[in-house]
Design a protein around this ligand. Structure first.
Ligand code: FAD
Length: 408
């Protein structure tokens, strides 16, 4: 079959969830995935809001049953100050826990779930080109197994190609990100962390000397953890001519409490780096297509918002695709782009506040008002589309005011 209702490019979280929801609505779906699953991906700490989206896609039970490491909050460490956000103590309604996942397993679980519902997933099929208009799209695909190209016709295309950013590149949609170029160096370690270390939370540690350098430590259920450092390229250059592993430990050793926590850690995976990952597009939709997840906008990893945004984009787009293919009018700007970008905008304020340290002042404030902390906690738990929360509806002003109080 080379004819279907919807082609989804990429079988990551956005693509798999979109595919699952589309087949649930009776549409025929082909997912093109250039890799063979399971495959490594970065993005291992989920947010509770994502569980509600997985539930809508009928995929939450499989995730709940898999044995992933429970996540019930986020912990932050800076200059001897340790502070915790408990996701069950939040302003917005909705799940208060989630998981820390090895993405190879997580993404395969979601993709298998979509396939079991009836989506056809073609692994090692890479999208090369697309043309046409709504109702009659033609895609050129490279079958990497058979080493041959073929054409595929469909009525609508969802681009969930993540950092591949297939349609933004092909259709010249890319626009610069608001954030400077940063670089992450990361790996998995057998952490051998002491018993007091809370494995149910991501630990974000601020570098002891440079407040814009930070580390993540994301424990998994098998005694390993994802460990990474993020900083501007200039910080790496200043550190000298070190390989990636030496660079990661160089920064860790400069941050004594984290170094102490990881004193017995062993690296169990080759080091990886990614640089310049923040990206944006001029538009999130066009004639016959929409962009999901990272194929649209990606901000920054600090608040683990990537998978949640990816799932929300699928959650918003799927009902509109169904409506459009049923012949009803859809306003993609007001029904998809604006609502999606409103939540992304809230995360953007928080990310900006992290790097200019307004949010660090808030997070590490020793005597927070419990009600305000619940509102901030809601956003950290991914509830960035809950317009009832003043830190969502008026994020910039609220953060500025609170940061001034905390810094005084
Ligand atoms: P992806 O998961 O990237 O999936 C896209 C898929 O498309 C891939 O499988 C790819 O092989 C496929 N593809 C690409 N091109 C083609 C093509 N031409 N044809 C066919 N298939 C194609 N997010 C979090 O939620 N939590 C975190 O802790 C977190 N940490 C991060 C740390 C770093 C350093 C970075 C850079 C990002 C982090 N993220 C995190 C973000 C997260 O990685 C992404 O937001 C998330 O994976 C996006 O999901 P997606 O479904 O849009 O794309």
């Amino acid at each position: 079959m080379n004819l279907c209702d919807v082609v989804v490019i990429g079988a990551g979280p956005a693509g798999a969830c979109a595919a699952a929801m589309l087949v649930d609505q009776g549409l025929s779906v082909i997912v093109l995935e250039k890799e063979q699953f399971p495959r490594f991906s970065i993005g291992e700490s989920l947010l509770p809001q994502s569980m509600a989206f997985l539930d809508k896609a009928g995929l939450v039970e499989a995730v709940n049953q898999h044995g992933f490491q429970l996540k019930n909050g986020a912990a932050f460490l800076k200059d001897g100050q340790y502070t915790v956000f408990d996701f069950s103590d939040k302003y917005s309604e909705g799940p208060g826990t989630t998981f820390q996942v090895k993405r190879a397993e997580f993404d395969k679980l979601l993709a298998d779930g979509a396939a079991n519902k009836g989506a056809q997933i073609r692994y090692r099929h890479q999208l090369l080109d697309v043309c046409g208009q709504a109702g009659a799209m033609t895609l050129t695909v490279d079958d990497l197994n058979e080493q041959q190209q073929y054409q595929l016709s469909c009525r609508f295309v969802l681009d969930a190609s993540g950092f591949g950013r297939v349609l933004p590149r092909l259709l010249d949609l890319e626009s610069p990100s608001d954030f400077p170029v940063r670089k992450a160096v990361f790996t998995h370690v057998r952490d051998h962390a002491p018993a007091h270390f809370d494995r149910n939370k991501i630990l974000i540690t601020v570098h002891s000397q440079k407040q814009d350098i930070w580390f993540w430590l994301i424990p998994f259920s098998d005694g390993t953890s994802s460990l990474g450092v993020v900083g501007l390229e200039q910080h790496y250059q200043q550190a000298g001519d070190l390989d990636d592993e030496a660079m990661l430990w160089h920064f860790i050793k400069q941050t004594p409490e984290l170094h102490q926590l990881l004193i017995d850690a062993e690296v169990v995976q080759p080091l990886r780096t990614i640089m310049g990952y923040s990206a944006n597009v001029r538009q999130l939709f066009g004639d016959g297509y929409a962009l999901l997840g990272n194929a649209g906008e990606f901000l920054d990893p600090v608040f683990s918002s990537g998978v949640t945004i990816a799932l929300q984009s699928a959650n918003l787009a799927v009902p509109l695709v169904v409506k459009q293919l049923a012949g009803q009018p859809v306003d993609w700007q007001t029904e998809f782009s604006d609502p999606l970008r409103s939540g992304i905008g809230c995360f953007k304020e928080f990310v900006g506040g992290w790097y200019d340290t307004r949010l660090q002042d808030i997070i590490f404030y020793p005597a927070p008002d419990p009600g305000i902390k619940r509102m901030v906690c809601s956003v950290l738990a991914g509830y960035a589309w809950d317009g009832k929360n003043p830190f969502v509806s008026d994020a910039k002003r609220r953060l500025n005011t609170l940061a001034q109080i905390c810094a005084a």
